[in-house]
Each structure stands twice: as C-alpha cells, then as structure tokens.
Design a binder for this molecule. Structure first.
Ligand code: G6P
Length: 512
C-alpha cells in the first residue's frame, strides 16, 4: 500500500485496494477515460493568514468520502471556488497550483458571481431544496429567479466537465442536490460519458415534490445519469415513486449506497483504550470546562435545523426536571460548527442559545454547568477526543441523509464503551440497529432514552458497540465508492456505448 492509505485499518486498506484495482482495470481496458468529481463545495478552500494563504477542508462527510476516491486514482475535481484566497492560489483557468494543493489530483475552481451564488446556492439549494428534502418543519422558499440561476450554474458546471475531460468517455461523479441538472447537460456535450449522480440528502416522497414547479426538469436532469445513487432503501422507494409519475423515465439505473467513513487504523486498537479514554477525558475537561467526574453527554453537529439540537436540549431539560439525583452529575457538551446564512439559521442559533441559558440558569450552580454550548466548531482531533471521552453520544437529527457523526463515534470507541442515541430518521439508523433509536420530536421519550443510555450496563454497551463496529468495519467509504463506480459502469455498459439523446420533457416555468 502507499502513503495514501497510511492510518487506515486492514479492512479499509482492502477496500481502498479494491477500488484502486477497479479504477486501474477500467482505465487499462480502455472502457473509460478519466475520473471527474463535480460538487458545489470544494474539497480545499484557501484563506488569507499572516503567513500567506492556507488551505482548509470544509466540515462534512462529502469531502472526506470523495477525496478518497480521487486520491486513489488521480483525476479532476470541479467545484465552486468560494474561498477568499482561492483566486491567488489558482492559475488563470481556475486550476489550483500544485504547491497550494495538499492532495494528488487536479482541482478546478469555478468562479461564480454573487448573483449566481445567491440564486443557485442560498436561494434554490439552501432555501428551496434543502427544506423540501428534509422533513424538519421549515417550509421551502421557491422562487423562479432562483431556479433560472440554478439552471445557469448547473450549465457552467457541465461546461467545466467538458473542458476538463481528457477523453470522450470520462467517468463523472456528480454530487448532490446542488447539481441535479448537470447529468443531462453533460450528456448533451459528451454523449459517451459515464455519469453517476449521488444524492446525499433524503429523497422525499412524491407528495413533498408536488409543490415543486420544476420537478420534471429536475428528474429529467438526474435520470440522464447512468446511475443515480441514494442513501437508503426508503430514499430509493421515493425516487422510484416520483419517477413513475414523471414524464421522463430517463435511462438511469438506481440504487441505495449508504455512505460511510474510512474506518481508521485507530478504530482497531485494542491495547490501551482505557488510557486513551482517560487522556481524552482530561483534554476535553481542559478545553471545554467539563468538571471532573461529571458524566458527559455529547452532541456534534453543524448548526442546522435538521439536526434536532433544540429538541435535544429540551429533552435534557426534561430529564433534569424528572431526575434531581442527576443534578451536578451530568453535563451536555454541544460542539456545533457554524451553520449557513439565512433567517432559519439565525432563528435556530437564537433558540439554541436561549434554551441553553435557560437550562443553566434553572439548574446550574458555581461548580456545575449543565449545558456546555460551544458554537465555534472544533478540529477533527478535538472532536475525536470528545467521542472517546463521552458517556453518551446524542445524534438526534429530525431527518438526515446519513449522518457520519454517528459512524465516527462508533469508530472512535475501540474501548467498546459508551452508548449511541440515534434519531430513527437519520439514514445511519438503518445500519446502526444496536443504537438506542428515538423520535427526537417526542421530548419526553427522548429524555427517557437519554436516562436509559446513562444507565446502560457496561456489558450491554460492549455488546451493542461491538455489533455496530462489525457493520461499519465491513462497509467503508472505499467500498461505497467501489460499488457506486462498478454499478455505474455496468449500467453504462447495459445502455450501450451510444447513449440515447435525452428525451424532450416539458419544462415548467415558475409562476413566481
Ligand atoms: C451536508 C449534507 C451534504 C451537503 C452539504 C452541503 O453536509 O450532508 O449532502 O452537500 O451539507 O453543505 P454546504 O455547507 O456546502 O451548504
């Protein structure tokens, strides 16, 4: 194995090697040319510092997963260049200069105007599609002008794919709801391309789409792929149901491919887990002001209304009301990375701060703060310490495509300790069946589940954790990528080399 697989467990190395072999075989056989990943968010964003531009990776599982695929093979990643120092670290074509790119592939940045970002990203993606796809009580805002920008920006991404392709038959991995029209637009330029689209967030049932005026155009775009991947069987059923109602059934095969994590070598460590837990605990106590000997509940999320953070806090408050014996003996550490812009996010931050302050004022004292609210995010190493140090990890999303926090927590617990409380409507719940499943909207039931997690005997913690770890060990992100690529190639082969021209579909213009 090479340096890129250092730090991975044997299972992850096996899957990564399989993926590399798959890509090599396909490239060598001339079945396909190059590999291109397309996503809105870039894997590396540069900012200015006093010592010059510095690259950082945005939070989130999408980047971790896909960079793994490209690192195995090389190729090109096309994404929006949104960082303040992105232009000075790129050449005139938007390619990031090698000395500024910490990863072994071409990164092509696309420059979008403020108007394009407003309409495509803030408007259609964040205010329209995100709430439409997540059943989290926020109504989508659907503006015709945003859809037109969405279409234009999708076209710019497809043009960039045509520019970057080194052959007539590149394999193109199109990511997520920001780029649903791109597969069809690629097909118009590169009819032989193998296009695989992956929808990372929940795919809602047809009734959720009924109020979306451009659903026919969106489906025609997506279904021009060779393969559309979604996270779960439920998402797949919803996609099938909407497809059955659509004018264009498209050429795409479809399947469920639950995304995962790399399964690091550290996850296999059996030797000093207690020592590593104690060390992590001391670090977390120092960093976040957790008093010694207090039991620790942990939440790790981006600040988003889909994550159920306010519900989690209310359930903790309910628990403290019901259980005075827990006063002074348990704290909730909420580590939250900053969220997106917009009224729904401002309101959420206000609510979370207010509830946390209320709980601390009602129950806390000089020696004990029940809620430790940290809203500035934390680096991956600190988050890993939090996973190892806590007693219970609370992943109480109201609705979530997958949720990799749940999987990362399980990977971090080589000591087989700790309990996971997991919202039933997070995609991860379909795989992590030994978690304590909850409906996070039922505050009383969530409080009772947190109490049960705190009281879980060690042997039960170990049994549940070992079972969940066995599932994740077998299903790494490399396996995810390998299955997606292999099935995508198979689907493309079944379609024949000459791809049919996309069928004309009625395009509904927005009334707005
Ligand atoms: C979450 C979702 C991804 C999505 C991303 C966009 O991480 O799981 O599917 O692509 O959000 O986040 P952004 O910060 O780019 O809006």
């Amino acid at each position: 194995m090479n340096g890129r697989t250092a730090g991975l467990s044997a299972d992850a190395v096996r899957d990564a090697a399989g993926l590399t072999r798959l890509l090599g075989r396909l490239g060598g056989a001339g079945d396909c040319g190059d590999l291109i990943v397309v996503s809105n968010r870039a894997p590396w964003i540069h900012s200015h510092t006093s010592t010059g531009p510095v690259a950082r990776r945005p939070a989130g599982g999408l980047v971790t997963a896909l960079e793994t695929v490209l690192a195995a093979q090389g190729g090109c990643w096309i994404a929006h260049g949104s960082g303040e120092a992105d232009r000075i670290t790129s050449d005139s074509q938007g390619h990031v200069l090698a000395r500024h790119l910490p990863s072994p592939y071409r990164l092509r940045r696309l420059w979008l105007s403020d108007e394009e970002v407003d309409g495509h990203y803030h408007g259609m993606a964040n205010e329209g599609l995100w709430p439409l796809c997540h059943d989290a009580g926020v109504a989508p805002v659907l503006r015709g002008a945003d859809w037109r920008r969405y279409r234009e920006v999708n076209r710019r991404f497809a043009d960039a794919v045509a520019d970057e392709a080194r052959s007539e038959r590149p394999v193109v991995l199109v990511q997520d709801y920001h780029l649903a029209l791109v597969p069809r637009m690629i097909r118009e330029r590169l009819p032989q391309a193998i296009v695989i689209a992956f929808w990372h967030i929940p795919f809602p049932p047809p009734q959720a789409w009924l109020g979306f005026p451009w659903r026919e155009e969106l489906m025609a775009g997506l279904l021009s792929s060779d393969l559309v991947g979604v996270q779960t069987a439920a998402d797949l059923a919803h996609l099938g149901a909407l497809r059955a109602m659509s004018a264009s059934s498209g050429r795409a095969a479809a399947g469920a491919y639950p995304i995962s994590i790399a399964w690091p070598e550290a996850a296999e460590r059996t030797a000093p887990p207690a020592a590593s837990r104690d060390a992590a605990r001391r670090l977390v106590e120092g960093r976040f002001g957790v008093p010694p000997r207090v039991r620790l509940l942990l939440g790790v999320d981006r600040l988003d209304y889909t994550k159920g953070i306010a519900e989690r806090l209310q359930a903790f408050e309910c628990l403290l009301e019901r259980r005075p014996d827990l006063h002074g003996r348990v704290s909730l550490l909420q580590v939250t990375a900053p969220g997106r812009a917009g009224p729904a996010y401002r309101w959420l931050e206000h609510t979370v701060r207010t509830v946390a302050m209320r709980i601390n004022a009602r129950f806390g004292d000089a020696a004990w703060r029940p809620v430790l609210l940290h809203l500035d995010g934390a680096d991956a190493a600190t988050v890993a310490d939090c996973y190892r140090a806590c007693d219970v990890c609370l992943v109480t999303s109201l609705h979530d495509g997958m949720n990799l926090v749940a999987k990362e927590f399980v990977a971090a617990r080589a000591d087989l300790r700790g309990a996971l409380v997991l919202g039933r409507r997070a995609g991860a719940a379909a795989e992590l069946r030994q978690a304590l499943a909850v409906d996070p909207r039922d505050i009383g039931a969530l409080a009772a589940t947190i109490a049960a997690a705190l009281a879980m005997p060690r042997h039960e913690q170990a049994l549940r954790m070992a079972a969940m770890r066995a599932v994740l060990r077998r299903r790494t992100v490399f396996g995810w990528a390998g299955r997606l690529l292999e099935d995508g190639m198979r689907a493309a082969a079944a379609c024949g080399t000459a791809a049919p021209a996309p069928r004309a579909v009625p395009l509904l213009e927005a009334a707005a």
